[in-house]
Design a binder for this molecule. Structure first.
Ligand SMILES: Nc1nc2c(c(=O)[nH]1)N[C@H]1C(S)=C(S)[C@@H](COP(=O)(O)OP(=O)(O)OC[C@H]3O[C@@H](n4cnc5c(N)ncnc54)[C@H](O)[C@@H]3O)O[C@H]1N2
Ligand code: MOO
Length: 432
C-alpha cells in the first residue's frame, strides 16, 4: 500500500481524523453515544411505519411506481369466459365432425347457439367458446374435407384441450396481490385485466431538501476556500430514485433562524438537511431541532463514513434526516436512514442488502460498521478506491455500498451490499 493509499484508508476509517468512540471530542455525535448501524436502520423503518399514512385514488396510468394501499382483489373471473387458446376448430364430442354452416367465431364477438354433438366450427385464439364445445382442435392437427363438409383429427383429442376455462387464473374476489406491493408495469397489466380503472395507492412521500453551508458554490470552479455544492445536484435525483416526490431543493446560508423557519414551516413528510450536523461553530442542526421541540430518534450512528447522521421526529409529526456534509458520509446517511424511512412511509418493506462474496480483503473499523463503495464483477464484489468521506469518485463508479463488519472482510466472505437504486435492472427506482 502506498503512503497515499494508507492516508486514504485512515480517513475512510476515520481513525486519524476523528478518533475512536472513547477519544471523541465531547459534544460530537460519537460522544453522544452512536447507535449501532443495523439498529439505526430499524429505528428509521419503524419511524416510517408509525407515521400517519396518506392514500390516493389514481388512474392506472399515474399509479406506476406507487404502492398499493389495499389488496388488489379480482373484480372479475379471469378469464371471464371459456376461451379458445388456439386458432382451429371448436368441436363437440368425438370426431369426425360435421362442419357447421356460417362463419367462424372471432375474438371479441359474442356467440349465440349451442354446438351440437358431432359438430365443429372455426374458432380464433381468444374467442369465446360456445356451449356444447368439448375441445379445441388446432388448425395444424386437423384435416377438412370441404366437399363432404367433414373434419377429422390427425391426433387424439383430449376433452378440454386448448380451452382456457372461465376462472382458470382467478375467481372474482380472489386476492391477486397484497397491500404494500409496488405498482410495476406488470401490476398495471394485471390490474387492467382484472377490471380496474383506478388504484388506491400510498402516494410518494414528499421530501424537501435543505442544503446548508456558506462555503458552497452553485457553479464554476472552486476558489478562495469555497467548494462546489455536490449534494444539491445529487440529493434530489437520489431521493426520487428511492421513491420520493421532491418538493424542492433549497440552499440556505449558515443561519440558525433561517434553518428554524425552513424546518418548522416545511409541508414535506420528510425534511433532509445536508451539512451542519457536527458540533462546529456554524453547525446549527442540533440547536435548531432542540429549539423546535423535535425528538431525536437517532443521534449519531456507529458507521464510517457518516457517523454524525441523525433522524428526528418534528413536533408536527413529520421527520427530518440530517445528512453529514462530507459527500460520501451523506450517501451513507441516504442508504442508512433515508432509504428505510422512505420505504415504510411509502407503505413498502425496506430494501434488504443483497448478499455477494467480496473478492478482496477489506479492512474493518475497530468497532463501527464500514460502508465501502463496491462494483459487481462476475465472481463477486470489488471494493473501489477513493472511499474517503469527502470523496465521490468511488461511489460514482459503484453498484452499491458493501457493509463491512468491524474486524473487516476476507476474500470470499459473503457481504451485505446496499445496491444503489439505479444499480440493478430489477431495482424499484427505475419506476419512480
Ligand atoms: N471535532 C469534530 N469534527 C468533526 C467530526 C467530529 O466527530 N468531531 N466529525 C467529522 C465528520 S466524520 C463529518 S462527516 C463532518 C460532518 O460535518 P457536518 O455535517 O457538520 O458538515 P459540515 O461541517 O457542514 O461540512 C463538512 C464538510 O463537507 C463539506 N460539504 C458540506 N456540504 C457540502 C455540499 N453540499 N457539497 C460538497 N461539500 C459539502 C464541507 O465543505 C466540509 O468540508 O464533520 C467532521 N468534523
Ligand atoms: O467520516 Mo464522517 O463519518 O465523513 O461522516
Amino acid at each position: 500500500m502506498t503512503a497515499q493509499e494508507d492516508r486514504e484508508l485512515d480517513e475512510a476509517l476515520a481513525l486519524a481524523s476523528t478518533g475512536s468512540t472513547t477519544a471523541a471530542t465531547p459534544g460530537t455525535a460519537t460522544a453522544r453515544g452512536a447507535m449501532r448501524w443495523a439498529e439505526a436502520r430499524n429505528v428509521a423503518s419503524r419511524a416510517g411505519r408509525s407515521a400517519p399514512g396518506r392514500t390516493l385514488r389514481m388512474v392506472l396510468g399515474e399509479a406506476l411506481g406507487h404502492v398499493l394501499a389495499e389488496p388488489l382483489t379480482a373484480l372479475t373471473d379471469l378469464p371471464s369466459f371459456d376461451t379458445s387458446a388456439m386458432d382451429g376448430w371448436a368441436v363437440a364430442g368425438p370426431g369426425p365432425w360435421g362442419l357447421r354452416d356460417g362463419g367462424g367465431i372471432l375474438a371479441g364477438r359474442s356467440v349465440s347457439g349451442v354446438l351440437a354433438d358431432g359438430e365443429a366450427v372455426r374458432i380464433a385464439t381468444g374467442a369465446r367458446v360456445p356451449p356444447g364445445v368439448t375441445a379445441v382442435l388446432r388448425t395444424e392437427h386437423a384435416r377438412t374435407d370441404e366437399a363432404k363438409g367433414r373434419l377429422r383429427a390427425l391426433r387424439s383429442v383430449v376433452p378440454g384441450q386448448d380451452i382456457r376455462p372461465r376462472g382458470q387464473e382467478c375467481r372474482s374476489g380472489d386476492q391477486l396481490l397484497p397491500a404494500g406491493a409496488l405498482v410495476t408495469p406488470a401490476v398495471l397489466g394485471l390490474a387492467a385485466a382484472a377490471g380496474y380503472d383506478e388504484l388506491l395507492v400510498v402516494p410518494r412521500p414528499r421530501v424537501e431538501i435543505l442544503v446548508l453551508g456558506d462555503e458552497l458554490l452553485a457553479e464554476g470552479l472552486p476558489h478562495d476556500g469555497m467548494v462546489r455544492d455536490a449534494l444539491g445536484p445529487m440529493a434530489g435525483p437520489w431521493l426520487r430514485a428511492l421513491g420520493a416526490e421532491v418538493l424542492a431543493t433549497r440552499r440556505l446560508v449558515d443561519d440558525a433562524d433561517a434553518l428554524f423557519d425552513a424546518v418548522t414551516t416545511s409541508e414535506a413528510d420528510l425534511v433532509v438537511t445536508t451539512g451542519g450536523t457536527a458540533a462546529g461553530p456554524v453547525d446549527h442542526v442540533h440547536p435548531v431541532l432542540s429549539k423546535a421541540g423535535a425528538e431525536l430518534l437517532v443521534d449519531g450512528v456507529a458507521v464510517r463514513p457518516g457517523h454524525p447522521m441523525l433522524l428526528a421526529r418534528l413536533a408536527s409529526g413529520r421527520h427530518l434526516v440530517g445528512l453529514p456534509g462530507n459527500p460520501l458520509a451523506a450517501v451513507s446517511g441516504l442508504l442508512t436512514l433515508v432509504e428505510p424511512l422512505l420505504s415504510t412511509l411509502a407503505g413498502r418493506a425496506p430494501v434488504d442488502p443483497s448478499i455477494t462474496p467480496v473478492r478482496e480483503r477489506v479492512p474493518g473499523h475497530p468497532h463501527d460498521t464500514r460502508l465501502v463503495p463496491v462494483a459487481y464483477r462476475a465472481d463477486g464484489a470489488v471494493p473501489l478506491r477513493y472511499q474517503g468521506p469527502a470523496m465521490l469518485r468511488g461511489i460514482a463508479a459503484a453498484d452499491g455500498l458493501a457493509v463491512i463488519p468491524f474486524g473487516g472482510a476476507e476474500p470470499g466472505d459473503e457481504l451485505g451490499i446496499l445496491d444503489l437504486p439505479w444499480g440493478r435492472p430489477s431495482s424499484e427506482g427505475c419506476f419512480t
